[in-house]
Design a protein around this ligand. Structure first.
Ligand SMILES: Nc1ncnc2c1ncn2[C@@H]1O[C@H](COP(=O)(O)OP(=O)(O)OP(=O)(O)O)[C@@H](O)[C@H]1O
Ligand SMILES: [Mg+2]
Length: 334
């Protein structure tokens, strides 16, 4: 007889985040950086997490890895990974999961690489720690990984130090390290933001191919909706610590429903049609210590009415799998 635990393990979801709440208790008050966020991710899928600066994207990523330090705390919710609750794991168990089953790519490659060690030493360390590879075997795998991420002459470059690489090449090295243990989940936080636009596109394409060919899953965090639209299977749009719209990429991009998502899409330059001024979402994100009681987008919203000021709009399904948190959302063609 199969028990509940086994049924859960067989679930189609690799990751299931439910009503996650991560708050920071600062001397000025409580910042609800992530306030009731839910999403799930199937094996092999890519989930794009988008939204303006400060909306809680990184804190969501760090929470999944349980890398939240004081004054931050995960206050509630569930994080189910491969059928097990990560919030119930001990710190030792989490250490095994980090960098092995779940790896993370950060925005700034210089903070993730140690300047005093060669790339070889840094990749081999990961391979030894999490994959049990040593000596020649580890060396060969390090060279192979550098080749996979598109670093020319990897046999010699594996002996370089981080400063001998350009920014784009360093970020490729980070991606190589994150793939070293063939993780089932990669959390990539603005992986290409620090790079120029052409390098961004190349690297995104390579990352996409590697994730898909490994049958890994990825949470791709970015403020750039145009970047995720081409590579993600699903998208969640965050605003002030909450998910305000989610659905398949196709549905969210071609028929956005929340006025905020519409605004984000209108601020992306288009390659076709006549030249026109880019749209800007007017107003500012509310102060995290003075959140309005109703919809947090209300002060900036063109559709706003009395009810929006008083009542937070619950996420509702407007089409199968496409949810929006807005009292008056209507789908618009893009
Ligand atoms: N250590 C901390 N102490 C207090 N507040 C914090 C801390 N870390 C994050 N926050 C707050 O949590 C909120 C969400 O931050 P987060 O870094 O997740 O934003 P983000 O969406 O990743 O933004 P960006 O696009 O700029 O990276 C912000 O209001 C931020 O100020
Ligand atoms: Mg961030």
């Amino acid at each position: 007889m199969t028990n509940i635990r086994e049924v859960r393990k067989e679930s189609e979801f690799l990751l299931d985040v439910r009503e996650l709440k991560t708050y920071f208790h600062t001397f000025k008050g409580v910042v609800k950086a992530v306030d009731g966020v839910s999403f799930s991710l199937k094996r092999g899928d890519i989930l794009g997490v988008v939204g303006e600066s400060g909306c809680g994207k990184s804190v969501t990523g760090f929470s999944v890895l349980r890398l939240i330090d004081s004054p931050g705390r995960i206050e509630g919710g569930e994080i189910i990974f491969e059928g097990d609750s990560l919030l119930k794991k001990s710190e030792r168990e989490m250490e095994k999961i980090r960098g092995n089953k779940i790896s993370m790519i950060f925005q700034d490659p210089m903070t993730s690489l140690n300047p005093v060690y060669t790339i070889k030493k840094q990749i081999c360390e990961t391979l030894e720690l999490h994959g049990g590879l040593r000596g020649k075997e580890a060396h060969n795998r390090a060279v192979e990984l550098l080749r996979l991420v598109g670093i020319p002459s990897p046999e010699s470059r594996v002996n370089y130090y981080p400063h001998q690489f350009s920014g784009g090449m360093r970020q490729r090295v980070i991606i190589a390290i994150s793939l070293a243990t063939s993780p089932s989940l990669i959390i990539a936080d603005e992986p290409t933001t620090a790079l120029d636009v052409t390098v961004q596109a190349q690297l995104m394409k390579r990352l996409y191919q590697l994730v898909k060919s490994n049958n890994s899953s990825m949470i791709l965090i970015t403020h750039d909706l145009s970047l995720v639209s081409g590579v993600s299977d699903n998208i969640i749009v965050m605003y002030c610590g909450r998910v305000i719209e989610k659905g398949s990429s196709e549905s969210v991009i071609s028929m956005p429903a929340h006025p905020y998502t519409v605004g984000l899409l209108e601020s992306i330059p288009k390659m076709t049609g006549e030249r026109k001024m880019l749209h800007q979402i007017s107003g500012m994100v509310p102060n995290p210590f003075e959140m309005p009681p109703g919809c947090s987008f209300y002060p900036r919203c063109e559709l706003g009415q009395k009810i929006c000021e008083a009542e937070y709009p619950r996420l509702r399904e407007i089409e199968e799998g496409h949810y929006v948190s807005c009292h008056f959302a209507g789908r618009r063609n893009f």
